[in-house]
Design a protein around this ligand. Structure first.
Ligand SMILES: [Zn+2]
Length: 333
């Protein structure tokens, strides 16, 4: 018998986990925060740093008989601003502890400087992959304008990969599952077979493994898609009944969803191989060949897709990167 998303939400609610869908100004739409009615009273992710998000969060908590000041623990699933922008404001209201992957704590604390570093890094990657300079300038100002929805976060309870976050009525296994972002952390309730997955696995959209710096903040770029696929393989083997995502409805059939994502990556990888085998191309040329002239705001996203898949081909030894000085071109081996 298959469980519908509605039934999954009910089942989660019976386990004391309530979805609070909070508005964001981003294309992804609402972000799912999860209230865990346990001791301590716990909120997983907070929504972006905006008055609208704070109002809705306050209202949703109120419907369940809680005030902001009742929050005792805030859990941060990863470093993206739609998930953590309100953390510091909630801490001011409540004095709540903040739990997140310890390895990410330094970057979360230094949000503003880190965002600036990340933007610099993204511009370098774009230029090296053939994206015109005016596009990178435009994207950088878009990114700056988004920063206000984020915030620095002071982690008071650093978590370890493989460790346990224990509440009165449950134990959550803490698992680092990088790929969508370097800090993606999922929380596994083995007893109830519920996985709080945030953006590690989303029902309707593939989780955009964006090209980024590694968690330690060094400037060597990650192989985001290769890393993500490795993480997805681990999640696929988990006996989860319900996966609670960071956007959209619960997933009740994660193995099948992951299989279809993997098949999609394979198809796109072969498409990129054919384009590269035709003639050597830059990442930007590959993105244009696949998507045409997309909106400027999509340029980094599509480039990340291309580079991610090209990494897979490089790892397989079928494609190599040729450094032409100003740009890198991919060619078939
Ligand atoms: Zn995210």
């Amino acid at each position: 018998m298959t469980t519908t998303p509605e039934q999954a939400l009910e089942q989660a609610a019976l386990a004391g986990i309530h979805r609070l869908a909070i508005p964001t100004p981003f294309a992804v739409g609402r972000v799912n925060c999860y209230l865990i009615e346990d001791e301590p009273l716990t909120l997983v992710d907070t929504g972006p740093n905006s008055g609208k998000a704070l109002d809705e969060l306050t209202a949703r908590l109120g419907e369940r008989g809680h005030e902001l000041s009742d929050l005792e623990l805030i859990v941060v699933t990863h470093q993206h601003i739609d998930h953590l922008g309100l953390v510091e404001i909630l801490v001011e209201h409540s004095g709540a502890e903040v739990a997140a992957l310890g390895a990410a704590a330094g970057r979360l604390a230094a949000f503003e400087e880190d965002a600036e570093e990340e933007d610099k890094f993204a511009v370098e990657v774009m230029l090296r992959n053939g994206i015109p300079e005016d596009v990178t300038v435009a994207l950088r100002s878009v990114s700056r304008s988004f920063r206000g929805w984020g915030s620095h976060v002071t982690v008071t309870r650093p978590l370890d990969d493989g460790g346990t976050l224990a509440l009165r009525d449950r134990k959550l296994e803490v698992l680092h599952r990088p790929g969508h972002s370097p800090s993606d952390t999922v929380f596994w309730d083995e007893e109830r077979r519920i996985l709080i997955a945030a953006d590690h696995l989303l029902p309707r959209i593939s989780s955009n493994p964006l090209i980024t710096r590694p968690l330690d903040g060094s400037s060597q770029r990650t192989q985001a898609l290769a890393t993500y696929i490795e993480s997805l393989r681990k999640t696929r083997e988990m006996p989860a009944e319900i996966v609670l995502p960071g956007h959209g409805e619960p997933v009740t059939d994660h193995a099948r969803l992951i299989d279809s994502r993997m098949a999609g990556y394979d198809r796109r990888k072969e498409k990129i191989y054919r384009l590269v085998a035709e003639k050597p191309r830059t990442g930007y040329e590959l993105a244009q060949a696949i998507w045409g002239n997309v909106a400027v705001t999509q340029a980094f996203l599509t480039l990340s897709e291309v580079i991610g898949h090209a990494d897979l081909l490089v790892n397989e030894g079928r494609v190599r990167e040729v450094d032409e000085g100003a740009v890198i071109r991919y060619e078939a081996t």
